[in-house]
Design a protein around this ligand. Sequence first.
Ligand code: GDP
Ligand code: MN
Length: 349
Amino acid sequence: AVAGAGAGKAPATGGSSGAVASKDGKVKATFVTLARNSDLNGLSDSIRHVEDRFNKNYNYDWVFLNDEPFSEEFKNTINALTSGVAKFGVIPKEHWSYPEWIDKEKAALAREEMVRKKIIYGGSEPYRHMCRFESGFFFRHELMKDYDYYWRVEPDVKIYCDIDYDVFKFMQDNDKWYGFTISLPEYLETIPTLWDTTKKYMKKYPQYIAADNNLDWISDDKGDTYNGCHFWSNFEVGALKFLRSDAYLKYFEELDQAGGFFYERWGDAPVHSIAASLLMPREKIHFFGDVGYFHVPFHNCPIDDSVRLAKKCVCNKNDDFTWKGYSCTPRFFTLNNMKRPTGWEQFSG
Ligand code: GDP
Ligand code: MN
């Protein structure tokens, strides 16, 4: 998995910009991970999970991004664990700093206030750069240019089941644009003005709102207010053409100008989720109910016994979050006329 000059393992990219497979039939897709050098151990665990359950059979590339250069130890360890080509990139300063229109004093005072209110990551400056980067920039990084699809992986996550099909080919063949495993409501204290800013965008760019959208999943009152439901973005499989679309780029620009990444603590999860729910037809969104996933503190574990056995899942179905009261996924099933697995109601307590 050694990358860099002369690494010969990358699939031919064919020079076409559309979503077409490369010459060897492989989808132009990559894993993408934002990490610090100090994340190495937790990230190694995540990579083993993804490689053992899926990528050892498919050898997709893996892009690692950091706001500082990765250490030799980091690169050597990761290269030993990845079956595809691993690429290591530094984030350009302008994608990880304050835009000139942000009032830094106002931002600092807002952080202090959020510390007083004990809002998680409320006082953290890097967390805000992280959320802004994941919202607006990771897909514009030089190393992401060759790809049509991405799968985001974070440190300390688990994949519980065998994934015996090519996830990226599934996305491409079915023209899915966004895939998730877990959904839940956001703490509204982190996003007081996100919805008002979104409404301004909707008014300004009505042409970008998809006709058959997923608005009723994120709003209980036809768009008047946001109910907080979002796809948990630490797991994401997506089509980069969506994030690179005018509709999405204009949405990000509107949010970035409003300053809520710094004056509040807007997360990339609600940002991606609101965009996916408004700007794409809802059939483009896919629930991955068969991979099994964990990121502290929530599990996705298929409750269907036959799925768990067939896919050799190593999770406890009683831990599954999908059907629990706080999950937004049951609502997603209802609105999209999807069939719930047998016995789901036993897991809703
Ligand atoms: P949480 O899942 O919301 O608790 O946030 P995490 O701490 O897991 O951060 C989300 C992702 O961003 C993870 O992939 C982290 O490795 C990465 N990350 C967070 N902060 C930084 C940072 O300051 N620098 C870099 N390079 N990566 C970061
Ligand atoms: Mn995390």
